[in-house]
Design a protein around this ligand. Structure first.
Ligand SMILES: Cc1cc2nc3c(=O)[nH]c(=O)nc-3n(C[C@H](O)[C@H](O)[C@H](O)COP(=O)(O)OP(=O)(O)OC[C@H]3O[C@@H](n4cnc5c(N)ncnc54)[C@H](O)[C@@H]3O)c2cc1C
Length: 261
């Protein structure tokens, strides 16, 4: 990666204005992923001085600044209690502590990585993103919009005692997931599948089905086969489409059994 100028801005307004100035200007979070790329950046905009690395606990929510590191999230006691701690479980399986000390939640969301272990649980949690100009949106809305030329300020996660399940199938602990699955159950059941190898997606049709059925073995089996047969999977060096389809079926069944038992 080549960087022309490196600016530690003092305000979000300054960062936003710089971002709009040139298409080759870029926000940096932890830089862990950007460092791996061969981008030519005219001005790299660092938000370190913008006070976005705090986790604020309110009665019903956690408000997480976009510059919060994955390690700070992993160690947060309150987050471990929300939705069965699925976000903490997902984060703690990513690489080693040295990467998690650097990588930020903002970069992990805005990067929209197809291999993401973070977008999958966030899709089934009650959470909202707040952008500087584009305002609030859910993760699903964000993933279905085109790339925004904006700054993610924070993520608000609602506290809940929902049951949760997360599993990332990895060949080795330091590898990217072959597939990952997240499920929550409160009043209704939410299911997301990621690393297909395309970006994580909510399984809305299967959710409509199971949320209108008596949950038993038959309904769980039908939900798993709906997801494994109707979802778009692909092949890459890690696994074939058929293998992904097959193991997704297994992990959806396991997850549904766990959250409904
Ligand atoms: C070696 C390695 C292995 C990894 N393995 C996994 C894995 O197995 N599973 C997994 O889920 N993740 C994995 N990751 C990704 C990691 O978890 C982070 O998601 C990634 O590093 C991005 O976070 P960052 O802070 O480094 O973002 P950066 O690299 O700084 O930025 C990423 C993108 O987000 C943009 N951006 C950053 N912050 C903001 C903001 N506040 N507003 C607007 N745009 C912003 C940047 O412009 C850039 O486009 C891995 C990363 C590395 C380096």
């Amino acid at each position: 990666m080549n960087i022309g100028n490196y600016v530690k801005v003092k305000s979000i307004e300054e960062a936003y204005n710089l971002l709009q100035e040139d298409k080759d200007n870029l926000i940096v979070g932890g830089g862990a992923w950007l460092k791996q790329t061969n981008k030519n950046v005219k001005t790299m905009i660092d938000l370190e001085r913008c006070n976005l690395n705090q986790i604020t606990e309110n009665k019903d929510t956690l408000v997480i600044g976009s510059m919060t590191t994955l390690r700070d999230l992993e160690c947060n006691k309150s987050l471990k209690e929300i939705d069965g701690g699925i976000l903490v479980k997902a984060i703690s399986g990513i690489m080693g502590v040295s990467i998690r000390n650097i990588a930020t939640i903002g970069g992990s969301i805005v990067g929209r990585y197809s291999f993401s272990d973070i977008l999958t649980p966030l899709l089934v949690m009650d959470c909202t993103l707040e952008f500087f100009k584009d305002g609030s949106m859910t993760i699903q809305e964000f993933l279905s919009t085109k790339k925004l030329n904006d700054i993610l300020l924070n993520i608000t996660i609602k506290k809940s005692n929902n049951k949760g399940y997360f599993y990332a199938m990895k060949k080795t602990s330091l590898d990217f997931a072959v597939i990952n699955v997240a499920i929550t159950k409160g009043k209704t059941i939410s299911i997301a599948v990621g690393a297909r190898p395309s970006v994580a997606a909510l399984q809305t049709e299967a959710m409509d089905y199971i949320n209108n059925e008596q949950v038993n073995t038959e309904a769980i089996d039908k939900t798993a086969s709906m997801i494994s047969s109707q979802t778009k999977f692909g092949s890459n060096a890690k696994a074939s489409e058929e293998y992904r389809r097959s193991i997704t079926n297994t992990y959806i069944k396991r997850g549904l059994k766990e959250v409904t038992s």
